[in-house]
Every structure is written in C-alpha cells, then in structure tokens.
Design a protein around this ligand. Structure first.
Ligand code: SAM
Length: 286
C-alpha cells in the first residue's frame, strides 16, 4: 500500500552539503569497498590510533546521542574524524537531515501550530533539531523532550540556554511507550527523528500509537527513513557495532499508517540517504 505517499522532490533552500560526481565515484569504487572489507580489527586499530572521537562514541553507545552531536558539529580536530565526519556519507547526510527536519518543523510551527505550539520530541537526545527549529520559527513554541537516557539533558539545556530557549524546553527521562502516564499537555506536533532506524517494526507501531493517542486529529508527526544507498552498512555493523534497520519511506509510512497516521509527504535530502516524512493524525477507524 504505497499510493498515499507523495514524494516532494524539490528540496527547500536550507544549505545542504553535497558531493561532486568525482567524489561520489571515488567513494563507490574505492573508499566504500575498503571501509566495508578491510578486516574490522585493523580498521578499529587505525581509528583507535587516530583517536577518532566518532568511533569512541559509537563503541560506548552505537548510534547514541554523542555520535549525533559529533556528526552534527562537523568540526573535528583529529584527522580520522576529519575524514569520517566531514567527508563520510552518513555523517554528511545526518547534517542534511537535521537542516531539513528543523526547516520543516519551523514551517509546521508557523503554519499548523495554534500560536503557542507544543512540540513533543520522542527519543530527543539533547534536542538539537527542535531548538534549531524553534529559533527558525517566527511564532512561539515550547517543547517536551523525552528520552530514556538523561545523559544528554545537561548538554541540551546548555544549548537551549545559549539560544535563549531555556524556559521553553522541558526534558523528561522516560520510555516514550508510556507517554500517557506522564504527558498531560496535548502536543500539536510530534517529532520522531533519529529513532526508527534503531527499532523493530512493532516497537515503531507501539510508540507511534502512544503518540497518536494523545494528538488531535490533523496534527502532524515528523519522522525519517534511512536507505542503504550510503553503501557502508557493512562498515557500520562490523566496526561501530551499529545495526540500523533500513526502510523505504513507503515501508515506514505503512507502519505509521497502522498507528493512525495518513497523508504522508516524504522530503529527500540530496544525498538520498534520508527521507524526512510528515504524516497526519487521522480519525480512528472502527
Ligand atoms: C540516535 S539518538 C537521536 C537523537 C535525536 N532525536 C536526533 O535525531 O538528533 C536516539 C535517541 O533515542 C532514545 N530512545 C530510544 N528508544 C527510546 C525509548 N523507547 N524511549 C525514549 N527514548 C528512546 C535513545 O536514548 C537516544 O538518545
């Protein structure tokens, strides 16, 4: 069932990073096969010797919020990270995804929000996407950021304070499946970025249903898919211990449909690794 997903092929002007044709060809024939097929022990030893912060963050918590922060910043001191973070396809696509998502959320706050919009962020980490969106939006908003792990909250609050948003963000350490137990302020927008790729199908449906249960009909949910087109899945699994679930926008939207959402529009970042998708809460069917 794919007919209802519309792909928006015109990316907004948000300052994306792209690779030249030559760079893409070199990655395809040389860099990716080397990264994927060099013995994992050797690659790890090289990264350890090169003091890679991205590798160290992933070894502690594969795909966790610290590795996101390093990829988002893109400014590294170690040569290993300059190569991995600055020129790597996934970290570059992650920066594109953050820009695209914050642009779309700012748009939703301005055009869909009731004026003092409440954004609920599931698996939020330190909240870099939502604070960027709140700064971009012209109208007022506040955000609830939920994460199982509270390690990122001090850093997130510091970032929010630096942007004058400290009193508009509220961090909650909890499982997003139990939303009804602690969330009493109805959200107008729900953000589920950077989390579906670490979950199985049933976990996604359970979490999205928990969100749908507390959202008004017509309210948007924003989430992302990831495609294997980055060409380095084998590297991430063997070297970083990062097992991501790759799904097409259609496959992911179908899971969201089961949870009570429809009318999906998928926005592609230019490297084609991520789609950022907006769906709408619909009336429950009998
Ligand atoms: C990769 S980070 C993404 C952070 C942020 N959303 C972003 O895109 O930059 C995923 C986060 O989801 C959180 N998470 C995963 N499952 C969760 C659950 N069931 N409830 C709350 N948080 C969860 C993890 O603790 C982690 O901080």
């Amino acid at each position: 069932m794919t007919s209802e997903l519309i792909e928006n092929r015109e990316p907004p002007e948000v300052g994306f990073e792209t690779f030249s044709l030559l760079k893409r060809a070199i990655k395809c024939v040389l860099v990716n096969p080397l990264a994927n097929y060099l013995p994992a022990g050797l690659t790890k030893a090289i990264l350890r010797f090169g003091k890679s912060e991205l590798a160290a963050a992933n070894w502690v918590d594969p795909g966790g919020w610290r590795s996101m922060v390093i990829s988002y910043n893109g400014q590294c001191t170690q040569i290993a990270d300059k190569i991995l973070v600055k020129a790597g396809t996934v970290p570059t696509a992650l920066r594109n995804r953050k820009r695209l998502a914050s642009h779309l959320i700012a748009d939703l706050i301005d055009n869909d929000g009731p004026g003092s919009t409440h954004v609920l962020c599931l698996g939020a980490g330190p909240g870099q996407i939502i604070t960027e969106a709140m700064v971009k939006a012209k109208t007022t908003s506040h955000a609830t950021l939920v994460d199982l792990n509270s390690d990122s909250f001090d850093f997130g609050l510091q970032l929010a304070n630096e942007q004058g948003l400290g009193d508009r963000v509220h961090f909650i350490q909890a499982d997003v499946c139990d939303l009804h137990e602690y969330l009493h302020d109805q959200p107008h927008i729900v953000k589920m970025m950077g989390i579906c790729e670490y979950l199985d199908d049933e976990q996604i449906v359970t979490i999205a249903r928990a969100a749908a249960d507390i959202m008004p009909v017509g309210a948007p949910i924003i989430f992302n898919s990831i495609s294997k087109s980055h060409g380095t899945d084998r590297f991430f699994r063997r070297v970083f211990g990062l097992n991501m679930n790759h799904r097409s926008p259609d496959e992911l939207s179908e899971l969201m449909r089961r949870a009570g959402f429809e009318n999906f529009i998928a926005h592609r970042e230019p490297l084609g690794v991520y789609h950022v998708i907006v769906g709408r809460r619909v009336e429950a069917k009998d």
